[in-house]
Write a protein that binds this ligand. Sequence first.
Ligand SMILES: C[S@@+](CC[C@H](N)C(=O)[O-])C[C@H]1O[C@@H](n2cnc3c(N)ncnc32)[C@H](O)[C@@H]1O
Length: 378
Amino acid sequence: MNFYMTCAAGLESILKKEIELAGYVVIGSQPTLVRFKWDLSAIAKMNLRSRVGNKLYLELAQHITSDFNALFDLVKTIDWKDYIQNNPIIVTAMTKKSLLTSTPTIQSITKKSIVKKLLQGQGTRDEGQEGRIFEDQKLTPIEVLISLDNDMCTVLLNTTGESLHKRGYKKATGEAPINEALAAWLLLLSGWKFSEPLYDFFCGSGTIVIEAALLAKNVAPGMFRSFAFQKFRRYDQSLFAAELTAAKNKMMLDKQHTIIASDINPQMIKIAQENAKIAGVEKYITFATKDLVSYVDGPELIGTLVSNPPYGLRMNAYDLEKIYHTITQLFTQHPKLHGGIITSYEKFVPDEVSGTWKTSMFYNGWERCRFYKKSLMK
Ligand SMILES: C[S@@+](CC[C@H](N)C(=O)[O-])C[C@H]1O[C@@H](n2cnc3c(N)ncnc32)[C@H](O)[C@@H]1O
């Protein structure tokens, strides 16, 4: 079976590593996507465990398709009753270098073909009439993705449902929360060793420190939510139960870690604590209301900082020049502090005297951002 796992642009190599670590065979990758092979058990495992992936698609059919009749026929080869009950059906499509170029038509032909197959044998459809099915809007929508590339049509089924970055622990957020998958990626990129302290001095709703606790304690990030595949008739639910038990057995809640979160806004600290509570990691994180400035001349900081300070597009109310100057001061005053910050603030110039800086570029939604990472001087 072929699987396609999506991620934000720039995160492909870490996603590939995650898939390989889970024991699966990667067969290719391209921007925002990694493909791998395995059996149906991979659906539960990757949905539960992936920290940086967005959605996991199962390939249901693939064939060269150069006209709409061929598309209709290809989609109709699939036994949709195995996956769809009365769920609303959402068809998405992307096409590249192919004869079929109109995505709205690809979507509507696909939907017609799915409906026709679902109605087959039910005797509810008169010859010559359009078939209709009842879609219960209270149920989770099922997404079918049609990908056309050089006329090769692949029919993909979203096994995840809502993107995996929606872990389920964030009940409230602040002004510009970071995406959970991105936060996990930054932690993996930061060089944080779990034996040393992890700091976020702009913690907002707590995403980075919650992800840090989940990562260090080896808690599967999908533990707090449900997935589309749990409703598939074809899916053997004992596979999910087995993966959930395996994930629970792998948790290392007793290991000691130092994770410190602060923010200038006491309201945000309350929200972050609530979210951490839902994720079950509140007791592993020390929260405080503090201005970043107070750390500059404070006790020596040793460890990794991963922070998402305010930046231009979404948080104009702050004196950004002052904040970024303080960040530079912080790293200069604390030579044993490493890690870094994610920002789209173009005027941030890291102080090379305090260590070696490396920059990675990526997109946070539509915003072009950089992760400025400082390594310790050798
Ligand atoms: C981009 S948000 C962080 C969002 C966070 N990563 C999340 O997922 O919710 C920036 C945060 O910096 C805080 N902040 C602004 N100025 C600060 C300062 N001088 N010291 C500490 N925190 C500050 C804001 O209150 C805000 O919560």
